[in-house]
Design a protein around this ligand. Structure first.
Ligand code: CDT
Length: 310
């Protein structure tokens, strides 16, 4: 029997620096209710959903940084979202900034979770490919300080049985790296959830700006196709505190085709009824890993000629 899951990509418009967590959660709940009305089983929210994307600003004030992070999940503000998901019988994916004390010291991560329709957290991922820099760059129009405010994730790329299939997560910059998809693909992942906060302008390489949407789609479409998986890419869009953010949230099929795409810069939903068996013919033919993938041979040229890498 064919397995279908109806997935909603819940793009968020800009979040003001002054906007409260409670205000954001209201917006999330509104999107969730609308997604339910559109037949969704799962709602996918973006990276760092609960606040403005603060790595765009520099501060040395630890308390100010910590204020952007969640100490518990669900916490006082997010509990309402979990309650609503349970009431509606919907699962969701949420990106947020996590303050963690489990190791005996304070650690900050850029995190995402999978929550089932009983409101239980069933999967957690901490972002691995942190972009940007850790030093203050006052000459640029905005900062990209993820390397300053977050540690590299320590949970690997996991996969979980959920919604009748196998689900995995990556966060924003991870989507540009084939390794992210392949590690998930090797675990048989069938749906990959990825939130992003991508500025239209790239201060370190402005000549890339005109290609922003192309690179976004290129990365996710190739990742989907080469790993026979659905990829759901969900943006924080619009002009947020002076930073123009790339929109274009979309749902990509294992064929590599985009089947649904947001068209605006605000809070917006697109929904696709995803056939989880669609990847099967790719997994059994072109991308039959057991039959065609030959990692034991990939280093041979380096062994013969020496690596040119520095
Ligand atoms: N949040 C995040 O990871 N943003 C980065 C900006 C890098 S500029 C190419 C991204 O990959 O979209």
């Amino acid at each position: 029997m064919t397995r279908f899951v109806t997935i909603a990509a819940a793009q968020m418009g800009p979040i003001a620096r002054s906007e409260s967590r409670g205000g954001v959660v209201k917006r999330l709940i509104d999107l969730m209710r609308r997604a339910k009305g559109m037949g969704a089983d799962v709602v996918v929210y973006p990276e760092a959903t609960l606040t403005a994307f603060f790595p765009h600003w520099f501060t040395e004030d630890e308390a100010e940084v910590d204020a952007w992070f969640e100490r518990e999940m669900p916490g006082p503000h997010t509990m309402a979202l979990f309650d609503e998901a349970r009431r509606l019988g919907l699962g969701f994916h949420l990106g947020y900034c996590e303050l963690d004390y489990a190791s005996g010291r304070k650690r900050r991560f850029n995190t995402s979770i999978l929550v089932n329709s009983n409101g239980e957290i069933i999967g957690k991922y901490r972002k691995i490919h942190l972009p940007g820099h850790s030093d203050h760059r006052p000459g640029t129009p905005f900062q990209n300080l993820e390397k300053r405010y977050f540690e590299v994730g320590d949970l690997g790329f996991g996969a979980w049985r959920a919604w009748g299939g196998v689900a995995g997560m990556m966060i924003c910059n991870d989507r540009r790296w084939p390794e992210s998809y392949r590690v998930l693909g090797l675990q048989g992942v069938e749906m990959i959830f990825c939130g992003y906060n991508t500025p239209v302008h790239h201060p370190a390489a402005p000549d890339h700006d005109r290609l922003g949407q192309f690179h976004n789609e290129l990365s996710m479409q190739s990742g989907a196709y080469q790993n026979s998986a659905w990829v759901i890419g969900v943006a924080k869009a619009g002009v947020e505190e002076g930073v123009d953010m790339l929109a274009g949230s979309c749902i990509v099929a294992p064929t590599g085709e985009i089947v649904a795409r947001c068209t605006g810069n605000g809070d917006e939903l697109v929904v696709a009824r995803c056939d989880l068996d669609l990847g099967q013919s790719y997994r059994e033919t072109t991308f039959n890993f057991a039959l065609h993938r030959r990692p034991e041979h990939y280093g041979m040229i380096v062994a013969r000629t020496g690596s040119v890498a520095p």
